[in-house]
Design a protein around this ligand. Sequence first.
Ligand code: PMP
Length: 392
Amino acid sequence: MAQYRDVYMDNAATTYCNGEVFFAMQPYFISSFGTPDSLHQIGADAKQAIDDARASVARIINADPEEIYFTSGATEANNWLIKGIVEAAEIKRVIVSEIEHPSIIETTRWLAANGVEVDYVKVDENGIISIPDLLAKLAKPACLVSVMTANHEVGTVQYINTIANICAQNGVYFHTDATQAIDSVHIDVKEMDITALSLSGHKIYGPKGVGALYLKKGTRIATFMHGGNQEHGYRAGTYNVPAIVGLGKAVEICMRDNNVNNARIKQLRDYFIKEVESKIPAVKLNGHRTQRLANNVNFSFQAIEGESITTLLALQGICAATGSASSNEWLSRSHVLQAMGVSDEMINGSVRFTLGRSTTKEDIDYTVEHLIAVVHRLRAMSPLKIGGTKNV
Ligand code: PMP
């Protein structure tokens, strides 16, 4: 067995904060600590820093800077967007996909409990939104459609351009949660006619507790946070200047380096998939094989529990995640895999590995080596069988 090493493959949960980002934030804690509304120089420095960060976030999706609103993260952006659009709309009906993140699903459940009509669009076995189902649901008027750009569990990337087009033709606002996709999927909100988009700092090597909502000019939405006139009065509260600066820097680094980073990560992803599929029997890759995020690998291992796999891998220093346990991130036992029609046994055996900028080929080889051993050990103890015979 190879020597012990720490392997972090849970980058969809959160990423480390990039050193350049950290150093860009530092002065805004100590010397340039003002708030942008103050009239003195320390305030002016903070204002300039926020303006620059807003311009960077706008640039990555080709929005105008005044269409970017800073929030505490994607959860807040998603909550505000959906509740705010519904509150301001005459037609209180929203359509979302059934594989959205809990920050969308739970928000729509709350709205449904409060008299709003909510419809969930189906996905196929790869997690791709059913366009016929979306069209059927749009036959009845709605104020908003929300479909995530890419899924946090299985990495499937949607045909956002097509969905945005359909919404524009039907005169319905279209929102996409791009939290997992902003650093690897090209999005042009003007060209694609996207009404709103959410993103978060800590998925792109920025700080936690900061994100943004892009909102197309003229969109009718209710105020989220009442108070001062920050963010055009829609989202009051003193600016978290260091975090906003960090988000801006993280986005700049994405625009600068991501072609190189993603090409390398994608190659490692494909190598990992090939290794596992050729060396471990009774394994299923969840999500679309090609229409998927560069860093996402999600496998179901037959006859064993994802929780046991991740626990044993953690003992070897390998960080992965599972949808078989019920947690906030995955709702109840992966609603995503359920919507894709994955069997209960295979949902129980699912494990997500999300690669990142620090992942190396040695990390993959080390993980595969331990995965083979862990799967073998668990299957030897499992009462379940593969293909009618006792497990190997
Ligand atoms: N949407 C998606 C797709 C996510 O993956 C996450 C984070 N797991 C969120 C929203 C919530 O983001 P935040 O942590 O910034 O609130």
